[in-house]
Unconditional design. Structure first.
Length: 267
């Protein structure tokens, strides 16, 4: 049952009326658990200040409304040997969708880097040209394909843009080129953590009633997630009630170097 006042209001909510007139023994599982997990995911991401979420939105907007830019990005993907997909839309009230979009962004990262290089000013191009050369060498791009890429860059350099378009490109430059390491770090964090949360949400969004597995899955989710921060001896062989009562001591903390891992996304 959703957590809004219409459904769970203490005076006139649907749950209140059902409990009073039809089912006094109605089981209370504390609202929509999937919404709660989305809200928890949002809290988890809050310290990053929407750094990649705003990038997702800018990339989606840039290619949704401009057919020629979408075609040119597809052309860059073909040159680099990357499967092209249109940048996905980020939906703020479905926070676990960050995983799919982050994974897709990492897969297309070289294409974005090479594509937006074409909009840079001459002085910035000189700085980032070696990076472009390395991407092309690593992906074994032929000389004819490089000439084709030069024509794409020439097209992008001459493209006229609205003031909103220019501002959007500036934000994308900042995150894709100028502060690439920060963006990559956040993307890898998302693709490491969110699969755990998404699996839980997908299970309880199926058509079949799964309330009989709620407690076990919540306990399992908590244990898996806490392994990113604590050593196993802090929570193994403990029930949910016992885990709530555990006093977290410094000796239980995992070494910082193994708290999270990153995996290279394949094209």
């Amino acid at each position: 049952m959703d957590s809004c006042a219409v459904m769970r209001g203490s005076k006139n909510g649907l749950e209140k009326k059902i409990r009073e007139s039809k089912a006094p023994a109605l089981l209370d599982i504390d609202g929509d658990i999937c919404h709660r997990l989305h809200n928890a995911s949002k809290k988890l991401c809050a310290p990053f200040d929407y750094w990649v979420e705003s990038l997702f939105t800018d990339l989606h907007t840039d290619h949704r409304w401009s057919v020629d830019l979408r075609e040119k990005l597809a052309e860059v993907c073909e040159i680099l040997g990357i499967k092209f997909t249109t940048p996905e839309r980020f939906v703020s009230h479905r926070w676990t969708t960050c995983y799919d979009i982050a994974a897709g962004t990492l897969r297309l990262w070289d294409a974005y880097y090479v594509f937006y290089f074409g909009f840079l000013k001459l002085e910035d191009r000189k700085i980032y040209k070696p990076v472009i050369r390395k991407i092309l060498n690593d992906r074994k791009v032929s000389e004819p394909a490089r000439a084709k890429l030069d024509s794409v860059h020439n097209y992008l350099k001459k493209k006229s843009m609205t003031s909103d378009g220019k501002m959007r490109k500036t934000r994308i430059f900042e995150k894709v080129l100028f502060q690439e390491k920060r963006t990559i770090l956040v993307l890898h964090f998302y693709t490491s953590v969110f699969p755990i949360l998404k699996e839980y949400v997908m299970m309880f969004q199926t058509k079949q009633p799964m309330v009989h597995r709620l407690y076990d899955k919540q306990l399992e989710l908590f244990k898996v997630f806490i392994t990113y921060f604590l050593k196993p001896e802090a929570f193994t062989r403990r029930s949910g009630k016992q885990m709530k009562a555990v006093e977290i001591e410094e000796k239980f903390f995992s070494p910082k170097k193994i708290c999270f891992w990153v995996e290279k996304q394949e094209s």
